[in-house]
Design a protein around this ligand. Structure first.
Ligand code: ATP
Ligand code: MG
Length: 693
């Protein structure tokens, strides 16, 4: 009775569709839904519901997801719902644990080592085979080996598979296969396993040793997979080994967030779920609880522009939150200015009361991080890089763990947070924070352990020191740091499943997003577009999108903003003007009418360069040709016509008949980017229609 009341209370926090999925009887469940619609919330509630209603014991639940941080997030949410003891891990972390447990029985002898320096082993193999050992080549080879293993493709089958799937490799496929084969041999001689092996070996143990399989299936009975759209064949095979002939499997995902196909992942198993389990409960969610309607509308546009999509994945998110600020777009001369402007805007948000831990700067490649680390340091904003995976390797945290672990053997009396604070005083946690720099960073790190103790004391049913230390150990093994009061700097890939109040998507230039090597490959471009969609949908409220035309100050401004931005910027958005005002440069004189000399205020008038009432002397022939040209370009680029030039800009061109680049950029609405893309076309048209007035 008590549990039934508790479980219905639990479900009160869900909408009807979410509730249907969460409270479905044990058995196959599939939730297909867009970002921010509550998929993760639904599955954590489902686990809590099954546990509270006595249908499954927490220890029998195994939940897996994509990143360590997302797994940590899932554990925190479960704990907040009163579930203790359910496993929530990444596929790799779950396999690692199982393999440790089963290894003595299935292999025995000397224990294996998990290799943490794959590249070195690839280097040894390449050397032996006589392939170039430049770091770039080795990275390429390592990527191929990783992909092949995730795709369950052995060295012998690699060349055929690589050809069929158009893998772009720096070495001929036969040579890659040779390196792959040698790498496997060297590794097994060393009794070492790589990350891919964790999945393969665990699967083999379960499939080939019936006693192991039985023991496992007896122990785990309820399986949940988050981010199922990005499952690799190796992970799916492991999942199949876990589930066996049973069907107690809940999967949730969003096809539009598939961002790992080039690592071997595929949304196919998710889309085929109901074919495999025809009796499955299937739920689709559309309400977006995470983001403001402004962010949601942008996300819908991004994903509507996708060129290819699997059947059943068309989705339109409906924003549930109150209105928020419009997303901001900004163009900069170089990356330095871009990072400085982002740092200044972050300062403003902090001053306006947004928490640092509720702000993230997301980029395509980790090399972009440095500029932001520097810019944030300059304005004295604390940050943590890539979610702070290295948190538990910090010296002060390792020392703190020793002190806490020792104390847990004979816990002192008192409230958990007070006890933790007193213990951490021994390793340097003072009452008042030090002024700044490295000392302040250490202090912040230690304080985050106290804050975690406060959170833990509020949520956990038994907030004792030993249990708290247990939680820390778990987090350390899963690389899930506590939320440090700092701005997150992370790659788009690692941001999946997470959310922040304010998100800065930076470096949105061609060559970075989409990344250079995706160019010319439609599928790769679509994956980059989905990555962009993942980025946009991380924001609850404030969304900033920016790019820079040059890399270094004073460099050639030869970059173009990302193609994914076409059609997103508000019409007539003066991208370059936003950038200039962000840099606090004077905006130039008030525009005047070129016919009567009066002041111009309306944006349409500014664009035309004259008052709406003043006489127009438009070159009709030129205007006609410009319009034809625009239709043709918009078809080629697959963007709406106004994205190329608005009507007002075309009229202004047809009136002013610019003769050169300078005259062309003086027309409002034509900046460096448009000049580069369309300048020569337009000037040619002006030239060709000369004298036809
Ligand atoms: P993603 O695809 O990005 O992983 P998701 O579908 O897993 O997103 P969640 O993270 O579960 O979405 O939910 C997004 C946000 O909306 C969370 O803050 C969650 O708590 C909130 N939320 C979800 N459903 C509801 C609801 N029914 N009522 C209130 N808030 C909700
Ligand atoms: Mg999620």
């Amino acid at each position: 009775m008590g549990s039934r009341v508790a479980s219905s209370g639990l479900l009160a926090g869900l909408d009807p569709e979410q509730r249907a999925a969460a409270s479905a009887p044990r058995g196959p469940v599939c939730v297909l839904a867009g970002a921010g619609t509550g998929k993760t919330r639904t599955i954590t509630h489902r686990i809590a519901y099954l546990v509270q209603s006595g249908q499954v014991a927490p220890g029998q639940v195994l939940a897996v997801t994509f990143t360590a941080r997302a797994a940590g997030e899932m554990r925190s949410r479960l704990r907040a719902l009163g579930v203790e003891g359910a496993q929530a891990r990444t596929f790799h972390a779950a396999a690692l644990r199982q393999l440790h447990y089963f290894w003595p029985r299935v292999v025995g002898g000397r224990p294996w080592q998990l290799m943490d320096r794959t590249l070195r082993m690839v280097g040894r193999a390449a050397n032996r085979v006589g392939v170039d050992t430049e770091v770039e080549t080795l990275r390429d080879l390592a990527t191929e080996i990783e992909w092949a293993k995730a795709s369950l493709i052995g060295a012998d089958d690699y060349p055929a598979a690589a050809a069929r799937l158009h893998r772009d490799t720096s070495e001929p496929p036969e040579r890659v296969a040779e390196v792959y084969r040698t790498y496997e041999k060297l590794k097994s001689d060393d009794q070492a396993l790589d990350f891919g092996d964790l999945l393969l070996q665990t699967t083999a143990a379960l499939e080939e040793h019936s006693a192991v399989g039985e023991e496992f299936r007896d122990r785990y009975r309820c399986f949940v997979v988050d981010e199922y759209q990005d499952v690799t064949p190796a992970q799916q095979r492991l999942l199949d080994a876990w589930v066996g002939e049973r069907d107690d499997l809940t999967v949730v995902g969003d096809v539009n967030q598939t961002i790992y196909s080039f690592g071997g992942a595929s949304p196919r198993p998710m889309l085929d779920f109901t074919r495999r389990f025809p009796e499955a409960t299937v739920v689709r969610l559309e309400r977006d609880y995470r983001s403001t309607p402004q962010v949601v509308s942008l996300a819908n546009k991004v994903i509507a522009a996708a060129r290819s999509r699997p059947a059943g994945s068309r989705l339109r998110l409906i924003g549930q939150r109150a209105d928020g600020p419009e997303p901001r777009f900004a163009e900069f001369d170089d990356e330095h200015q871009e990072a400085a402007a982002v740092a200044r805007r972050i300062r403003e948000l902090l001053d306006a009361g947004v928490e640092a831990s509720e702000i993230a700067v997301l980029f395509r490649v980790n090399a972009q991080s440095e500029a932001y680390e520097q810019a944030l340091s300059e304005v004295k904003v604390p940050y943590l890089v890539r979610g702070g995976e290295r948190f538990f390797s910090r010296k002060e945290i390792r020392e703190a763990m020793v002190v806490l672990r020792t104390a847990a053997a004979d816990p002192p009396d008192g409230e958990l947070p007070t006890v933790v604070r007193a213990l951490l005083a021994k390793v340097g946690l003072t009452d008042q924070p030090p002024a700044g720099g490295a000392a302040k960073e250490r202090w912040d790190a230690l304080l985050s352990l106290v804050e975690l103790a406060e959170e833990f004391a509020a949520d956990a049913s038994d907030p004792s020191l030993p249990r708290y230390v247990g939680e820390l150990e778990q987090r350390a093994s899963a690389q899930h740091p506590p939320t440090v009061q700092g701005v997150t700097l992370a790659s788009l890939h690692s941001a999946k499943g997470l959310e922040w109040d304010a998100v800065f998507l930076v470096g949105l230039a061609e060559g970075t997003l989409p990344i250079q090597h995706a160019d010319g490959d439609d599928e790769a471009i679509e994956e980059e577009r989905r990555l962009f969609y993942v980025g946009v949908t991380r924001a609850r409220e404030h969304l900033w999108l920016s790019w820079a035309l040059a890399r270094k100050p004073g460099g050639r401004r030869g970059r173009r903003r990302s193609r994914f931005l076409y059609g997103l910027l508000p019409e007539n958005h003066p991208a370059s003007r936003v950038a200039r005002s962000a840099q606090n440069k004077p905006r130039g004189a008030q525009p005047k009418c070129r016919v009567c000399g009066g002041r111009l205020n309306e944006s349409m008038e500014i664009k035309l360069g004259r008052c709406a009432k003043c006489p127009s002397h438009v070159d009709e022939a030129l205007l006609g040709r410009l319009k034809e040209w625009r239709v043709q370009r918009s078809r080629e680029l697959n963007v709406p016509a106004f994205v190329i030039f608005t009507d007002a800009t075309l009229i202004a061109i047809a009136e002013q008949r610019p003769a050169d680049d300078r005259a062309l950029v003086s027309i409002s609405g034509i900046g460096a980017t448009k000049l580069e893309r369309f300048g020569s076309d337009v000037l040619a048209l002006v030239h060709e229609t000369a004298g036809q007035e």
